[in-house]
Ligand binder design. Structure first.
Ligand SMILES: O=C(CO)COP(=O)(O)O
Length: 267
């Protein structure tokens, strides 16, 4: 892990979680147009990394396009198995994702917890699997509306991350995504102050478990109704290093505008 890195040295990451949208042909068209749009806008990818997370069936197509045209767009899976191979019907091994040049993998998204009963222990095992295969996990944590009412904004995400990091391999990179469940798909984003409060607490957990240098170098994203109209506020916060975007990542101009958040921040 790199030496001490201050916030202004963490390269922001704008990640688009497509969820169950865009088939392999649509993914080729979308990624090509995204690359052209950002190139035409003279986006400096050193100021903000871009990653897309298509459905599994699209990954080979996206990999082929990105490699063939040398596009500066990273990509990853929306989940992975805690197992490497064997009788796990329907699961996807980290080995297979790595074979497709995926750089990242989303782990523990609240929709996996909600619809597939994933527990914090399951997510820790998936973090370990990602690291076994040299893939950077984007570890999702976030409180429900009930959690917020009963415990405040930070308690549950902090507890979730502490368990998830039990699977982290020393020296392997992680990304953390704070996604308050009540903000996902609702159009009601957290305030930038709320995001800062929780992201700072999450950086404290990373420091506790993995050390200060890792904590300083780790990018912590906000997700939950991120739009071009609100990204600048989040990116002004010291402990927010990017966004995990859902619905808006399927809208080309909107997502490109989120990626180019500096033009809103004026930096
Ligand atoms: O779940 C999310 C990203 O993983 C956020 O979704 P929305 O941006 O649609 O709220």
């Amino acid at each position: 892990m790199a030496d001490m890195i201050s916030q202004n040295q963490r390269v922001p990451l704008i990640a688009g979680n497509w969820k169950m949208n865009l088939d392999h042909l649509q993914s080729i068209a979308f990624v090509q147009k995204l690359a052209w749009t950002l190139k035409d806008a003279r986006h400096d990818f050193a100021t903000a990394e871009v990653a897309v997370f298509p459905p599994f069936t699209d990954l080979r197509s996206v990999q082929t396009l990105v490699n063939a045209d040398d596009l500066p767009i990273a990509f990853g899976g929306q989940d992975l198995s805690a197992h490497d191979s064997g009788a796990y019907t329907g699961e996807i091994s980290g080995a297979f994702l790595k074979a497709l040049d995926t750089k990242y993998v989303i782990v523990g998204h609240s929709e996996r917890r909600q619809y597939h009963g994933e527990t914090d222990a399951d997510i820790a095992a998936k973090v370990a699997a990602a690291h076994r295969h040299g893939i950077v996990p984007i570890i999702c944590v976030g409180e429900t509306a009930e959690d917020l009412e009963q415990h405040g904004p930070s308690a549950v995400p902090v507890a979730q991350l502490r368990v998830a990091l039990e699977g982290a391999a020393t020296g392997s990179d992680i990304v953390v995504a704070y996604e308050p469940v009540w903000a996902i798909g609702s159009g009601l984003a957290a305030t930038s102050e709320q995001a800062q409060q929780v992201c700072a607490a999450l950086r404290g957990v990373v420091a506790e478990v993995l050390g200060d240098d890792v904590a300083e170098a780790t990018r912590i994203l906000y997700g939950g109704s991120v739009k071009a109209s609100n990204i600048a506020g989040f990116m002004r916060e010291a402990d927010v290093d990017g966004a995990l975007v859902g619905g808006a990542s399927l809208l080309l101009e909107e997502f490109a505008s989120i990626v180019r958040f500096q033009k809103h921040v004026g930096t």
